[in-house]
Design a protein around this ligand. Structure first.
Ligand code: SF4
Ligand code: SF4
Length: 297
């Protein structure tokens, strides 16, 4: 029996290039042979649910405390203004220090400099975690940052923790993390400690540039990587540039997916692309094969 679920992450750097499509497709393609959990690691704009909406029959919500905010005890404050060093401009004064919560990042600097220990850091609920059960047997776990809150990286840690705990209970084989865009904290949290990374890129200058940046992050963790070129027919020259980059960096070239309106149709039908149209599965042949290979180790 498998000791722990295989964990793969789908990342791209640039948003909107097909990460969620690919995560939902691989999960759907393998659902009959493996127990699968999909972790939506984009706490700012989670959208994995959309791909499974038609098949969700139950959801469970709970608040997450993955952020801290400074609090001032006005009775202890001597209005010395040393805490004005706040790098985020979150502190003003009116007889005593006042924290503007929405600007506070919980860095703790004010607490360190305060001579009277008037400042404490308190945990605050900054997101909601939602777990979806689907008729496909795939469990989707996501979290949504509360408007005006910070701490997406820690929220992703919470999502991954929940995925692993669920995987342990269900004896799941595979966890697929659908990373956020960018190369910041949520992306680093999504990537760390995974077994394999799939980069998604389109043959456009911004997508290629962002894919290279996120690959630098993946390299720091020494994770083996594959690449999917989505909308591969946009630009032949840039597609070639991607292939050359992958060759130079030892990145396995997985699939090349052409632009196909049926992918958009599937989203509007709120279902995984390969359920909307089974014939679309041919575009994901190598990626699905690669994940199967990882699962059969
Ligand atoms: S914890 Fe950091 S961000 Fe928040 S008020 Fe203090 S110094 Fe500013
Ligand atoms: S450093 Fe402490 S005592 Fe001084 S103004 Fe800020 S909260 Fe008040």
């Amino acid at each position: 029996m498998r000791e722990k679920a295989v964990e793969i992450v789908i990342a791209s750097g640039k948003g909107g290039v097909g990460k969620s499509l690919i995560a939902s497709t691989i999960a759907t393609a393998l659902r009959k042979d493996f127990r699968i959990i999909v972790g939506d690691c984009d706490a700012d704009t989670p959208n994995q649910k959309i791909y499974f909406s038609k098949y969700i029959y139950d959801e469970e919500k709970r608040g997450i405390k993955a952020s801290e905010k400074a609090k001032v005890n006005a009775e202890k404050c001597i209005n010395c203004k040393k805490c004005a060093v706040c790098p985020y401009g979150a502190i003003s004064f009116n007889g005593h220090a006042i924290i503007k919560e929405v600007l506070c990042e919980g860095c703790g600097l004010c607490k360190i400099v305060c001579p009277t220990k008037a400042i404490t850091l308190e945990e605050v609920e900054n997101a909601e975690m939602i777990k979806y059960e689907t008729e496909l047997g795939i469990k989707v776990i996501s979290a949504q940052l509360k408007p005006g809150s910070s701490g997406s990286g820690k929220i992703v840690d919470e999502v991954k923790k929940a995925c692993k705990s669920e995987a342990g209970m269900r004896k799941a084989d595979l966890i697929i993390y659908d990373s956020a865009a960018g190369i910041g904290c949520p992306v680093i949290s999504s990537i760390k400690n995974t077994d394999y990374a799939i980069l998604v890129v389109e043959p456009t200058p911004s997508s290629i540039n962002d894919m290279k940046r996120v690959n630098e992050v993946i390299k720091q963790f020494g994770i083996k990587t594959g690449c999917i070129i989505n909308n591969c027919d946009y630009n032949a020259e840039m597609k070639q540039e991607i292939i050359q980059y992958c060759t130079d960096k030892g990145i396995e070239l997985l699939d090349e997916i052409p632009h196909d309106k049926r992918f958009i149709k599937a989203i509007t039908e709120l279902e995984p692309a390969i359920i909307y149209d089974k014939t679309l599965e041919k575009y994901f042949r190598k990626s699905i094969g690669k994940v199967k290979e990882l699962l059969n180790i």
